[in-house]
Design a protein around this ligand. Structure first.
Ligand SMILES: Nc1ncnc2c1ncn2[C@@H]1O[C@H](COP(=O)(O)OP(=O)(O)OP(=O)(O)O)[C@@H](O)[C@H]1O
Ligand SMILES: [Mg+2]
Length: 361
């Protein structure tokens, strides 16, 4: 048997003339935490609801632990689900909310009592049994929704933006608690979010979606350091793009001739043939900035046009002599460079990536 808990193969969903999800494929391994990340409307919820069984796919195959569940009703899939809006029963106490699914499954009274106590303890809610949802904070309500899903002992937990209704401080705390719980219980988890920080910090792997399609599936570090497409580079973090053409290639080492005529050296995992039109990509934190002349490879010149002070870090925007705008982020600084100052800018070749222009661009 394969080690994959969830297998999504070429899944699609058509709503009239709209293809909400178009040929999406990825797997989630046993005990793995995978996030679906992408902008609003890209098809994350639709994909998750197809896996859960609430939306009927127009094509493709879904497997849970090797079993084809594509056309099974939700209750036959052995999946847990946590919705964005918690969907707690307002007239039921915390304990009754958590017990609800177990009662539907006709579990014994003793079993239900023990399971409710266990789920509430796991989520840090012991002592809140008799409260109504409206007597709880947002974070506590969120935990009740989680406890309710856990009580059913799902092999796989699906969550749709479970933290998006919480304020930032609580979201960060809950993010850690949730991740800690998931790791402790070794629970296979598929998590939908449009918050990249959430996806990067919690996941083993992230599926980046755009317009109903998958752009890249990779570990957070890979996504950030080696984005497969311009969309991923732009969506995950902030990045600088400089247009050019590959003038020379020696394995991973590339020379990119920029539109300005200057040559930028880059190191790219994926080989790119000479003559290919590309975008050179430099993350702002990889840019070194000096107010005096520096020599060597990959030195660009320009002028600071904006400096933004954030306490622990400084962000500069520069207009290069080529006219391009380049952004830099500096963490250990002794002084602030004033607007209008001429600067020498350098990025090491191993910090410059290259993305070939996608067809039709
Ligand atoms: N029941 C439906 N009928 C028609 N179109 C729908 C339906 N559900 C979703 N869509 C459309 O499908 C597309 C994908 O929607 P989906 O809810 O999956 O996006 P999402 O990635 O979850 O976005 P968000 O981050 O805003 O929650 C959208 O264009 C949406 O309008
Ligand atoms: Mg959604």
């Amino acid at each position: 048997m394969s080690n994959e808990s969830i297998q999504v193969q070429g899944i699609m969903k058509r709503y009239g003339s709209l293809l909400a999800v178009e040929d999406v494929s990825f797997n989630v391994g046993q005990g793995e935490f995978v996030s679906l990340l992408g902008p609003s409307g890209c098809g994350k919820t639709t994909t998750l609801r197809m896996i859960a069984g609430f939306v009927d796919p127009s094509g493709g195959v879904l497997r849970v632990h090797g079993r084809d569940v594509t056309h099974l009703p939700p209750e036959k899939r052995e999946l847990g689900f946590v919705f964005q809006n918690y969907a707690l029963w307002p007239h039921m106490t915390v304990a009754e909310n958590v017990a609800f699914g177990l009662k539907l499954r006709k579990k014994s009274r003793n079993f239900i009592r023990d399971k409710v106590a266990e789920s509430l303890s796991t989520t840090g809610l012991s002592g809140y049994e008799d409260r109504l949802p409206r007597q709880l904070s947002g974070g506590q309500q969120q935990r009740v929704a989680l406890a309710r899903a856990l009580a059913l002992e799902p092999q796989v937990l699906l969550m749709d933006e479970p933290l998006s209704n919480l304020d930032r401080a609580l979201r960060v705390t809950m993010r850690r608690e949730l991740k800690e719980l998931q790791a402790r219980m070794k629970m296979t988890t598929l998590y939908v979010t449009h918050d990249q920080e959430e996806a990067l910090s919690m996941s083993n792997r992230v599926v980046i979606m755009n317009k109903g399609r998958v752009e890249q599936v990779a570990a957070p570090y890979e996504l950030y350091e080696n984005p497969a497409t311009s969309f991923v580079a732009d969506f995950v973090g902030i990045t600088n793009f400089l247009e050019g053409i590959v003038a020379g290639a020696d394995g991973e080492r590339l020379a990119v001739k920029l539109v300005s005529g200057q040559v930028l050296r880059a190191v790219n995992k994926k080989p790119v043939a000479p003559g290919t039109k590309v975008r050179a990509l430099i993350r702002p934190e990889r840019v070194t900035l000096k107010t005096g002349r520096i020599d060597g490879d990959n030195v660009l010149t320009g002028q600071v046009i904006l400096s933004e002070y954030f306490g622990a870090l400084l962000r500069y925007s520069m207009r290069l002599d080529s006219g391009d705008i380049l952004r830099a982020e500096v963490h250990n600084f002794d002084s602030v460079i004033e607007n209008g100052t001429r600067v020498w800018i350098c990025a090491l070749p191993e910090h410059v990536r290259v993305i070939a222009h996608e067809k039709g661009v």
